[in-house]
Design a protein around this ligand. Structure first.
Ligand code: NI
Ligand code: MN
Length: 226
């Protein structure tokens, strides 16, 4: 399995013959190394409906015929735009050909803002567990810290956790370091920082606060072999 980080909350997982793209916010993401026209994933996984997570999902899915897996209301909304979707909800797992996806809770909000200044509410925000090749990857999505992170980590021992550290909209470095205590993953990667002024953070601060746990500050485009 190869896992790469592409700025903000974009994570790409390659397992077997499948490429999975999580939260492909490319247009307007000053950090990312990806280009919309180059991405041909088999699967797009979405944590919630915010524009900085849905991003270029519809364009990429139309070009690649990727299956978009998302919280149910978001899946329905995106399905109306002519793409293939699979709706899920918190606590539910489903075995796909590439592996199992389980949606977990996140404390946040979930809506899509349209070009005509409407806010479409898109159900509950979520975190995502991807279980493949006997590895468990946790993408926390956008969330505050919550006590049941401990339960998630005990129920599904985590190999790699992607956690937001940007503050303002999600956990900041101090809460994220405490979240690592609760989740107890083998490796933690900070995400969702430095994309916009309100979420500017030095990830080294987070790494120092999470002392005693393995933290990797991934470069944009860097790949982990698992
Ligand atoms: Ni959000
Ligand atoms: Mn966000």
């Amino acid at each position: 399995m190869q896992i790469s980080y592409h700025g903000h909350s974009i994570v790409k997982i390659k397992t077997g013959n499948y490429t999975i793209l999580i939260d492909p916010f490319i247009t307007g993401n000053k950090l990312t190394d990806l280009e919309v026209g180059n991405e041909k994933p088999d699967i797009i996984l979405l944590t919630h409906g915010h524009n900085d997570h849905v991003g270029d999902t519809v364009a990429i899915a139309k070009a690649s015929d990727a299956l978009v897996i998302a919280p149910n209301e978001l899946a329905v909304y995106l399905g109306w735009q002519g793409i293939r979707t699979h709706g899920m909800n918190i606590g539910g797992a489903y075995k796909f050909e590439f592996g199992t996806v389980k949606y977990t809770q996140a404390f946040h909000s979930s809506s899509y803002t349209t070009e005509t200044n409407e806010i479409i509410y898109t159900g509950m925000p979520a975190g995502i567990l991807v279980m493949a090749e006997e590895k468990t990857i946790y993408h926390a999505g956008d969330t505050a810290i919550f006590g049941d992170m401990e339960m998630i980590g005990k129920r599904h021992p985590i190999d790699v956790a992607f956690v937001p550290i940007g503050d303002n909209f999600t956990m900041g470095p101090e809460d994220a370091a405490y979240a690592v205590e609760l989740l107890n993953p083998k490796l933690t990667v900070p995400i969702h920082f430095n994309t916009f002024p309100p979420i500017e953070q030095d990830p080294e601060t987070f790494k120092a606060l999470a002392e005693g746990h393995e933290v990797k500050i991934m470069e944009i485009g860097e790949t982990l072999e698992l």
